[in-house]
Structures are given as C-alpha cells and as structure tokens.
Design a protein around this ligand. Structure first.
Ligand SMILES: NCc1[nH]cc(CCC(=O)O)c1CC(=O)O
Length: 332
C-alpha cells in the first residue's frame, strides 16, 4: 500500500485525531476479551492461592481455585484458559511418567473445569519440563536432548490430555515431528475435533525466567534450551517452523515470546494466514506488572496498549497473564 496524501494544509492528519468520536471511527485494531487465552498455574491441595514472587498478582491455584478462576474467565468473556502444573518434586522423574498419568494435576484440573464450565475451552501444555528431574522439555541422554524418544512420550502426554477433555493441545517442547505424531494418534483414537495450537516459533528466551520459578523448573534446569528453542536473531527459520507445523496438522500457531517478536507475528500472519497467537510471557508480565507496582507505569493504560499491539501485529489472539485484569478493564 502506498498512502496518497495531499500537500499541507489540504491534508492535516491531526483532523483524524481531533475527538474521541473521530478517533473511534478511524480506529483500526481493537482488543476484546474474546482474544485472550489465560495461562494459570495449578498446584496440589485445596483452597490454596500461593503468590509467585516474580509475577505480582499471579498465583499458583489448587484445582478448586482453578475452577473458580475458570468461572470468572467465562463470566468475563474470556474463551479459553491454559493450564500449567506445578508438579510435586517427588513426582519429577527421569522417565517423566507423571506427564501421562490420567490423574495428574493438569488432567484433574481439565476434568474439573469441563464439568463446571463446559463452554470454556481448556488448553493444556505438552512438554516434559514440569515432570522431569532435569528441567528440560525432552529426555536427556548423555547430555543430549533426544528428539524421537521424546516425541513418543509427548504423544502419550497429549493423548492423556485429550482423554481428560482438553479442547486445545499446545505442544511447547520444540521437538521435530511432534505435531504430526500427535495429530496421527488423535485421529487414530477418534479425537477428530481436538485442536492443536503449536508453539511453532518459540525462541530460547531470557523472558521465561518467572515461569520456570512458577512451575518449579528453574532450580533443576542444567544448561539451556538452545538446541531445541530458536535463536533470537532468526526470522526465516520461524517461517519454516510455522509452515512445517501447519503441514503436519496444527490448527493454529504461536509465536513466543510476544512483544519482542511482533515482527515474527506479522510475517507469519502475512505468509500463511493461519490463526496466529502470541504468548506475552512471564518475563514480559514481570517487567510490566513490576514497573506498574512501583508506580513507574500507568498500569491500566499499559495493559491495554501492550495487548492492542498484538492485534495490530496481526495476531488473532494472545496468551496473557493480564487476561482477567484486561477483560475487566474492557468490560468497563
Ligand atoms: N515447556 C516449557 C514452557 N511452556 C511455557 C513456557 C514459558 C511461558 C512463560 O514464560 O510465561 C515454558 C518455558 C520454557 O520453555 O522454558
């Protein structure tokens, strides 16, 4: 598009900003509660609301409290909630078997939410890090994060989530071939309508720190995730990953982190036109919520501006810890 413009004063671009009415007319990108997927942290117990120090305002919730949160999300017009378990360290093992235990926290929370609020979509996370003694998303053999053996485990994990009633399965592990393998098994077992939202372009980012605290994986993690997550400077590789995952049967794709990678969102949306999501991750939340807490940022304006930016970049929706706060602001 090449904007055509008359010379000043025939064109005064400030005319288009002169009043709330005119600004409303020419407004382009808007964010609504319908754009949000709300990530929540689940832990054992009952009646537990446990604050996470590096994420002010975010808590680990026991299953009964997650159900309350789900009711709240639904009432606010948020279409989906995404579950991340904080697994008891005693259940973190080398074989990661807790990941496909039908009675694990994530599966119990999924069933409880689908019972209480059937219209709310439940998204679950596929990766081994909350269950592994190494803190890695895959199995570690002689220092290597092994791909194909991990994919077999991820398929088992995804199937246990589908059986528990998850609507959207979100593989966040970055192994090769996992989308196709999970899609095949879902079809084979008759889960024709289970969606796959692939963490397709997931970067090896410093912005995941608070999340790793929240799920208790930071202490365990040896080394880094650079052999499976992307290096921050790459953009073409993100397009290849998105294309690959769509061809393997992903219904929707994600870019992660969010705000530092809006160029990737725009490029992926323009190139493939698939439902595109971004994850405004824990470190982005910590940075923004932490600054607002100190009075360095205007909290409400910052929240809505940061979320509008995702829509402007071409995203269809955004995973954000601000979801309930933002929905309340938007609902007035
Ligand atoms: N499977 C791991 C996973 N799933 C979601 C996040 C990060 C989310 C956030 O930071 O909010 C991570 C962290 C990681 O890759 O180490």
């Amino acid at each position: 598009m090449k904007p055509t413009i008359a010379a000043f004063p025939a064109t005064r671009l400030r005319r288009l900003r002169k009043s709330p009415a005119i600004r409303a007319l020419v407004g382009q990108s808007v964010v609504t509660p319908g754009d949000f997927i709300w990530p929540v942290f689940v832990r054992d117990g009952e009646g537990v609301v446990e604050p996470i120090a590096s994420m002010p305002g975010v808590n680990r919730l026991s299953v009964d409290k997650v159900v309350e949160a789900a009711r709240e999300a639904h009432a606010l017009g948020i279409p989906a909630i995404c579950l991340f378990p904080y697994t008891d360290p005693a259940k973190r093992t080398e074989d990661c078997a807790e990941a496909w235990n039908p009675e694990n926290l994530s599966n119990r929370a999924t069933r409880a939410i689908k019972d209480a609020v059937p219209d709310l979509a439940v998204m679950t996370d596929v990766a081994l890090d909350p269950y592994s003694s190494t803190g890695h998303d895959g199995f570690v053999v002689d220092g290597e994060i092994v791909n194909d053996e991990t994919v077999e485990a991820l398929v088992k994990q995804a199937m246990s989530q589908a059986r528990a009633g998850a609507d959207i399965i979100g593989p966040s592990d970055m192994m090769d071939g996992r989308i196709g393998a999970i899609r095949n098994e879902l079809e084979r077992e008759g889960f024709r309508n289970t969606l796959l939202l692939s963490y397709a372009a997931k970067y090896a980012s410093a912005f995941y720190g608070p999340f790793r605290d929240a799920v208790g994986a930071s202490g365990a993690l040896k080394g880094d995730k650079t052999t499976y997550q992307m290096q921050p400077g790459n953009s073409d590789e993100a397009m290849r990953l998105v294309e690959r995952d769509l061809c393997e049967g992903a219904d929707m794709i994600m870019v992660k982190p969010g705000m530092p990678y809006l160029d990737i969102c725009r490029r992926a949306k323009e190139m493939f036109g698939a439902p595109t999501f971004a994850y405004q991750v824990s470190g982005e939340y910590a940075m923004l919520a932490g600054a607002a807490e100190r009075g360095w940022l205007d909290h409400d304006r910052m929240v809505l501006e940061s979320l509008t930016a995702f829509k402007r970049a071409g995203c269809d929706g955004v995973l954000t810890y601000f979801a309930p706060v933002a929905a309340r602001l938007l609902n007035g």
